[in-house]
Design a protein around this ligand. Sequence first.
Ligand SMILES: Nc1ncnc2c1ncn2[C@@H]1O[C@H](COP(=O)(O)OP(=O)(O)OP(=O)(O)O)[C@@H](O)[C@H]1O
Ligand SMILES: [Mg+2]
Length: 630
Amino acid sequence: MTDTNKTAGSAAPRSGWHILGEYIARHRLAYLTAVLSIALSSTLAAIIPRLVGRLADTYAAGTLTLPSARHLALLVLATGTARVLLGWLGRFLTAQHGRIITFDIRDALFRKWETLTPAYYHGHSTGELLSHALSDVDVVRQVAAMGINTAINGVFMLGASMYFMFFHMNSRLALAGLVPLLAIPALIRHFGPKIKRQSGIFQSTLGQMSQTVEEIVGGIRTVKAFSNEPLVEKRFQDQLTELVEQKMRFVRLSAIFGALVPLMSAFGFIAVIWYGSFLAIRGEISLGNLIGFLLYLTLLKQPLEQLGNMLNTVQRASASLFRLSELLEVVPDTVETAGEDSVPPETGHIEVRDLTFRYAGTERDVLRSLSFSVAPGKTLGIVGSIGSGKTSLAHLLLRLYEPPAGTIFVDGRDIRSYSLEHLRRAIAYVPQNSFLFSTSVSENIAFSHDGAPDQEAVVRASRIASVDEDVAKFPEGYATEIGERGVRLSGGQKQRVAIARMIYKDSPIRILDDSLSAVDTRTERRILENLAAGDDGRLTNSVTIVVSHRLSAVMNADEILLLEDGAVAERGSHAQLLALGGTYARLWELQAGEVDKSDSIAPVSVPAEILEILRTEDEEALNESVEDAK
Ligand SMILES: Nc1ncnc2c1ncn2[C@@H]1O[C@H](COP(=O)(O)OP(=O)(O)OP(=O)(O)O)[C@@H](O)[C@H]1O
Ligand SMILES: [Mg+2]
């Protein structure tokens, strides 16, 4: 249990390599087997040039017989086969576990992201986060699979070859052939940091560009409405040019680096051919040894090139791992403070005591000395001008931001003593701008529950939310996809699907944050009636908080708070507030006029018969009654 209100930030990350270390340690048996197989395979490979060299020497000495040749051939065959099989096993294991690691890291990232609050997402764009989940994780996979493979292969092949060359063949020739290879570490030291830096720049440019694309696509209507295409196009092109430039710089660097490595091995060849022939002519080495040396250089050429490429990947992975470790070690600013004894709230009775709140890093209290309570079966209406703190209050109830201790209670317990899961399961919240997923209507409505949607409950929720008739008109009813591949919903339809989602969740507490703004007042009234009475006429036992700009949405609430600048300016029932003759009453006069004109139903004192008909949701009957009333 850590305490709260730490700003989302990172806890001094280490280099990042420990992430890979931890994952490898978790699959250590597989990695150990892989490393042993690859090591053995590479050592066996280094025996073959030695065997071929011996064959040449036996032939030169005139002692080659058919049985001894056959013997040698069989030996080469057996060594070769074992090497191929072991190498395959090693590659298979590392590739397979590379995939598992990718999965594990992405899983850890998503779990981390789920714990983070809006405050964190305020400072990090989706494009940036996606780039972490996709390219950074993939670079790590390359190291965990191909990287380990080539490193072990390279080290053992080089080690075994050097052993034979230095101790069984000719140490001076070995030195001449291998010296050029010693230049490789120097090259790496020179190019490595540059490549790493360039990789970082490229990745973040890519992140910025994904963000731009996302913004353009997401805001395409706004862009078009303001005829801002040229501006947006220019911005995108600038970023694209920047991206290409950064990538080219990266490619140039890695290309030079990648070319110098094989060049060094070519120098090794020249040295062996020249100096080796000289030694052979002087009779200091046998023909077999000269052939053996050339075969060793051929053998070492590829692993050394791979080693160079791998160091390239390691440099990139180092940048990626650093970013990933920063991400994985972010401390969420709302953390689990509940003990083991958390039980889900039952009645949902809300009590707020003297709540004052300000966002971390700001200077102003957005809520000031707020106190109220809402009992089960009751409705609290909250109205107030833009920025008066209504949404902030809803977010605090959900602990999306952390309220001070001892200020918000549900069922008599501080909400900080509930586990986040228990608390959030007890609250069905319709945000100001609800997000609908690109899945079917019913899956969107049944979002709160795992598994297949309960169709009956979906239909019932839609009826209460007054969206059932709209859905019936969609091509595939509740199975219709929402969004890009399916139907596009109007603002009012979206809001009502979101309300149906809230109803489906069936939680003791319901919060509607200006969720009826895009529906007409008549539908608004019908939904509120349905919410209060359910579709079977039984009064609901829920605690309901309705936030609205429109007074008609709160007029029937048991208590109404008028917020001004985060503090309660007026409070009471609709009648009391009208009698008070303050801001509320003034607003009411203004808005009642509007409602009158647009919907031809006065929100004040709707006749009981009409309410009854509203409950039956029979529009024709409603229209008739309205005509009658006139
Ligand atoms: N994440 C945040 N960090 C800092 N300040 C914030 C944050 N979210 C909101 N605010 C500030 O808090 C104040 C209250 O905002 P809030 O969204 O609660 O108002 P609201 O009453 O819901 O307004 P609206 O009617 O427009 O929805 C505003 O001044 C806003 O700028
Ligand atoms: Mg708001």
